[in-house]
Design a binder for this molecule. Structure first.
Ligand code: ZN
Length: 251
């Protein structure tokens, strides 16, 4: 299967003992709300999941239980529990005698995920259209404005975060827990691919135009039109991202 060359193939192995990785993980921990209320395995799971999602732990990085336990200042048992859960979710892979490896981004995976998520995002926006009022529409419009500002400042990381928020909010507004759970299972992988490719894709001006059109349909209570627009928005992004990923793999 085709894979993006990992950092390890290219240069050094970004290990957990790398102080910059440790520092980034501590920063991340400070930014997760309500972390103290979680049980230890849940806490470890959230921290490692978000570290992978945000590319602090890059594709191909080896995660040793012992090292991760040290960074998180907990015993190895909750760390192992978290890693096993992430393995079932397809974020890491257990390699005998090496430990857990952050899964590389693979085109086949991405294609399959997009096939599911495009349709479900369309469903989510049509459900949301029935349920939103002025307040919710206002929230979405505020996010689009912030995206425009991020784009003006060429802050693409910030733009990617806001894009994720925009899509998450629409899924929230659909108020369907099961739908949300299915989409959530896949959204980390997509976020990671978006983040990895954001600098190599055309500036996302199109996205802003499409987001505005989607919200306009929601405002007009036209769930069908919103759904069609959402699916084509996701489809265009898919083609752009897969194009860049293919390129990264070949080079
Ligand atoms: Zn978008």
């Amino acid at each position: 299967m085709k894979k993006i060359p990992t950092e390890k193939d290219k240069e050094k192995d970004a290990s957990l003992s790398d102080t910059s990785v440790e520092k980034e993980i501590s920063l991340l921990i400070n930014n997760i709300e309500g972390l103290d209320e979680y049980r230890l395995p849940q806490r470890a799971y959230q921290i490692v999941r978000l570290s992978i999602r945000d590319l602090i732990l890059r594709p191909g990085t080896t995660i040793l239980e012992r090292e991760m336990a040290e960074v998180l200042q907990m015993s190895r048992t909750p760390v192992r529990e978290a890693l096993v859960r992430l393995e079932t979710e397809g974020m890491v892979r257990l390699v005998p005698r090496r430990g857990f490896i952050v899964k590389p981004i693979e085109t086949e995976d991405l294609e399959q995920i997009y096939e599911i998520v495009e349709t479900l995002d369309g469903l989510a926006v049509s459900l949301a259209t029935e349920k939103v009022g002025e307040l919710e529409i206002g929230e979405l419009e505020r996010l689009i404005e912030q995206q425009e500002q991020a784009l003006e400042q060429k802050n693409l990381k910030q733009w990617a975060i806001l894009d994720d928020e925009f899509h998450h909010l629409i899924i929230d507004y659909a108020r369907n827990k099961r739908l949300r759970a299915v989409i959530d299972t896949h959204s980390d992988q997509l976020y990671r691919a978006r983040l990895l490719t954001v600098d190599d894709r055309p500036l996302p001006f199109h996205s802003i135009v499409e987001h505005k059109a989607i919200v306009a349909c929601m405002k007009a209570k036209d769930g069908n039109a919103a759904s069609v627009l959402m699916q084509s928005h996701r489809n265009r992004a898919r083609n752009e991202i897969l194009g860049v990923v293919e390129n990264l793999i070949q080079n």
